[in-house]
Write a protein that binds this ligand. Structure first.
Ligand code: SF4
Length: 250
């Protein structure tokens, strides 16, 4: 086992960078020219191989907006469930269609594929461009399909800070009360990508903030795949995942 990966316990897939959102806090910047998604067959095979060698506890699929490609998400999640990975998460903005039938079908297929933690990003930033009605409809249908859903708001400065974005976020969260969906603590926006461009006034330029999503490269707990198959220092479309992992050096 590669000593830099000896604590590996989590697999993440950025399924796509395509997105229905245009959030001003997005750490990935603009998504306008983004399209395509990870090859689910190769992704699922990589999950099988990793699980054969490492005790993986959690798998997450996100984006961009992953539910633009629900078949890819479900194939990866189904594989995770078959392999006994305990926590199987999706983060979504909940807006991939306005069609009630499509929304219901995607909610059902996520439940059937074994997703057991659906994090729904709703807040002032997402709802600046994403309509609330189809998101509410998806949340409702996800609950009806038996999916455990949690609301996952992004806060500016801190959850307690009384800025207008946080005030709007609280209003949006209240509109989900009829569905009685639990609220996750959410995350505080990190100064990167669009957030640095459009929300600079809320960040203290004299303080360096460490990226909460970055791990110590000599002690990775998470292995992350990009939508183009990139992973660690290689690409799973070209090289076997276990070889990439064996050869990984920080
Ligand atoms: S924050 Fe999420 S929903 Fe918003 S633009 Fe970025 S990837 Fe899309």
């Amino acid at each position: 086992m590669n000593e830099y990966l000896k604590h590996l316990e989590r697999i993440e897939f950025v399924v796509t960078l395509a997105c229905t959102g245009k959030c001003r806090h997005c750490s990935e910047g603009d998504h306008e020219s983004c399209s395509g998604h990870i090859d689910p067959r190769i992704a699922a095979e990589a999950v099988r191989k990793i699980c054969g060698a490492y005790p993986i506890r959690t798998l997450m699929t996100f984006g961009g907006e992953p539910l633009l490609f629900p078949e890819a998400v479900c194939e990866i999640q189904r594989t995770a469930a078959e392999l006994g990975i305990g926590k199987r998460q999706v983060i979504t903005n909940g807006y991939f269609s306005r069609e009630p039938e499509r929304i219901e079908a995607v909610a059902r297929s996520l439940a059937d594929s074994g997703v057991n933690d659906l994090l729904l990003s709703v807040d002032a930033f997402h709802q600046e461009h994403i309509p609330l009605d189809p998101v509410f409809d998806f949340a409702k249908k996800a609950r009806e399909a038996g999916l455990p859903v949690r609301l996952q708001p992004a806060w500016l400065v801190s959850p307690e800070d009384p800025n207008p974005y946080n005030t709007r976020t609280r209003e949006i969260l209240r509109s989900f009360e009829p569905l009685q969906i639990p609220q996750n603590q959410g995350n505080v926006i990190f100064p990167a990508g669009n957030a640095l461009k459009y929300l600079a006034e809320y960040f203290d330029a004299s303080t360096t903030v460490s990226n909460p999503y970055e791990e110590e490269p000599k002690n990775l707990r998470t292995i992350s795949f990009g939508p183009d198959g990139s992973v660690l220092n290689g690409n799973v479309y070209q090289t076997d995942i276990l070889e990439i992992m064996e050869q990984y050096r920080p």
